[in-house]
Design a protein around this ligand. Structure first.
Ligand SMILES: NC(=O)C1=CN([C@@H]2O[C@H](COP(=O)(O)OP(=O)(O)OC[C@H]3O[C@@H](n4cnc5c(N)ncnc54)[C@H](OP(=O)(O)O)[C@@H]3O)[C@@H](O)[C@H]2O)C=CC1
Ligand SMILES: O=C(O)CCC(=O)C(=O)O
Length: 503
């Protein structure tokens, strides 16, 4: 994909692009994101959001400072033997534990060439606030290694991941009770499995070792529903917004997801599932933007079909069920009802905010909108569901996985059959008393006992809806936007924890 990117646009692509839905000539998207120079670092942006919300609370300045400050940070450099000549390559990684007000701390591990100390600190702070918004009883953390995973083989990635995990273990920055990582950009169940293996090798007698990490493969103590969780949580937030009269009035949209035009940027774990659930509910996913180009179809694209093509070809170029656009960021400006940025931070910034036409933005990525962009879009009436609420489904289900690992049993195992027989008996009684016979299908529908995935998804939906309402109520009460309201909710919960405990 990177090699595609660095290639100059061919003439045919440029001329195709001139007739594009954005209505102007595409430029290639720079990498890493170029917004941070002009609009401050990601960390300074998170601080700006925090300070704005803190100003709406009455907590003492010292307490607010404590909440905002990163508690602990480790930087590790580790050698790994690479390539045919088995020479060492040195890798650099970080892990930030932003807040210890609750333990363990929690947050993903990112593999990207853009990873640096300030990014990891910003992401760790967001984790603290995110956990508080959705009442997940953890402090915030984040880790990352500066590398492009696409440049390494699976064997090399295994060696790098295990070396990074060992470095974190050596510094006590990973353990079921202290700091529990999870997937983020560039990592997934495979990497989580390698980290768990490394931890178990270091602590073979720790019966709770599997709880040292979440997002693992189900065969190794992972939970059904974690892979889809972040995207599904994004969908639940959008669904709730589209049935809330206040939001409909503000945006001028009609209720319900069906028929809504959705644009998704970033077609990885989060973007794919967000697109899939929207499509399943009847929305039209009219554009999907990947790093090396996008697909556009006014009548909607089937995310499963597009994903299958993308998986095989590593590009949308050549996909016949939509028009190929050789760009990513400009797709954010397409005329649509809902925009779901699910890639990098800073993609919606002062340079493009004025041209965003979506009525609702659901921030599936962490930090996709800069403060300057937010101010412009607020003026233009765009309703933004912020990252610390919208993408909290991942950590919510990670919490369920951690609980599963500590209880050493899958959810529903004790209750599924019991529920089924109880409901089956009720149906039989109803049949007898009403002298009717229910079809096998009706019986099944009523008496089906919930298994792990149903319970997880139900817990996720409950969490997202309750949190959305709490943030919306705060936004109305404080006369502020959803992001500031979410930060107010988070700051208040963390501050009260400190006040109850003593600092
Ligand atoms: N995984 C999770 O559970 C959670 C993730 N998030 C956030 O969601 C976002 C996405 O994470 P996730 O889906 O896990 O990561 P993945 O690595 O699975 O996917 C990210 C995708 O975005 C693509 N991408 C990167 N840069 C751009 C760009 N400029 N334009 C378009 N596409 C781009 C990547 O392409 P390529 O492969 O070519 O680089 C990749 O396909 C991140 O901000 C992450 O922090 C938030 C909460 C939880
Ligand atoms: O699942 C988790 O613990 C954390 C997920 C994450 O990194 C995030 O929400 O940004």
């Amino acid at each position: 994909m990177l090699s595609n990117l660095t290639k100059p646009l061919s003439r045919s692509l440029v001329s195709k692009a001139n007739a594009n839905p954005v209505g102007r000539r595409f430029k290639s998207t720079p990498f890493p994101s170029d917004h941070s120079n002009a609009e401050g670092t990601f960390l300074s942006q998170v601080k700006e959001y925090f300070d704005k919300a803190a100003g709406l609370t009455d907590y003492p300045q010292g307490l607010l400072k404590q909440i905002e400050t990163c508690s602990a940070m480790v930087e590790v450099s580790f050698p790994v033997k690479m390539g045919d000549n088995h020479d060492y390559q040195i890798f650099h990684g970080w892990r930030a534990e932003h807040s210890h007000h609750r333990l363990p701390t929690k947050g993903g591990i990112r593999y990207s060439e853009a990873v640096d100390e300030q990014e990891i600190k910003a992401l760790a702070a967001l984790m603290t606030y995110k956990c508080a918004v959705v009442d997940v009883p953890f402090g915030g953390a984040k880790g990352g290694v500066k590398l492009d995973p696409k440049k390494y083989t699976a064997n090399e990635l295994e060696a790098i991941t295990k070396a990074y995990a060992q470095a974190l273990i050596d510094k006590n920055f990973i353990s079921p009770g202290l700091d529990v990582p999870a997937p983020d950009m560039g990592t997934g169940p495979r990497e989580m499995g390698w980290i768990m293996q490394t931890y178990k090798a270091a602590y073979p007698s720790n019966i709770d070792a599997a709880a040292c990490i979440t997002g693992k493969p189900v065969s190794h103590g992972g939970i059904r529903g974690r892979t889809t969780a972040t995207g599904l949580g994004v969908f639940f937030c959008l669904k709730e917004a589209l049935r809330t009269p206040y939001v409909l009035e503000k945006t001028g949209l009609t209720g319900g997801i069906e028929g809504k035009k959705v644009v998704v940027q970033g077609f990885g774990n989060v973007g794919f599932y967000a697109a899939k659930f929207c499509h399943k509910a009847g929305a039209k996913v009219i554009a999907i933007a990947e790093y090396n180009g996008s697909v556009y179809n006014e009548n909607g694209v089937d995310p499963d079909d597009a994903f299958e093509f993308f998986r095989k070809n590593k590009t949308f170029d050549g996909y016949t069920k939509g028009k190929f656009l050789p760009t990513s960021r400009e797709v954010l400006e397409i005329n649509c009802d809902v925009l779901i940025p699910a890639a990098l931070e800073g993609e919606v910034n002062a340079q493009n905010a004025e041209r965003i036409k979506a009525k609702i933005i659901v921030e599936a990525a962490n930090g996709p909108t800069t403060p300057k962009a937010e101010a412009i879009m607020e003026k233009n009436g765009v309703f933004v569901i912020p990252d610390l609420l919208a993408n909290a489904g991942g950590v919510t289900v990670s919490y369920f996985e951690w609980l599963k690992n500590l209880s050493h049993m899958r959810f529903g195992r004790m209750t599924k059959r019991y529920e089924e027989s109880k409901w089956a008996n009720l149906v039989t009684s109803l049949e007898k008393s009403s002298k009717t016979t229910w079809s096998e299908e009706e019986r099944k529908l009523i008496s089906y006992g919930a298994g792990e995935e149903e319970l997880v998804n139900s817990g996720l939906e409950e969490t997202m809806i309750t949190s959305f309402k709490e943030v919306l109520d705060t936004s109305i009460a404080k006369k502020t936007n959803m992001r500031t309201a979410a930060y107010v909710v988070a700051v208040s919960k963390v501050a009260n924890t400190y006040l109850d405990l003593g600092l």
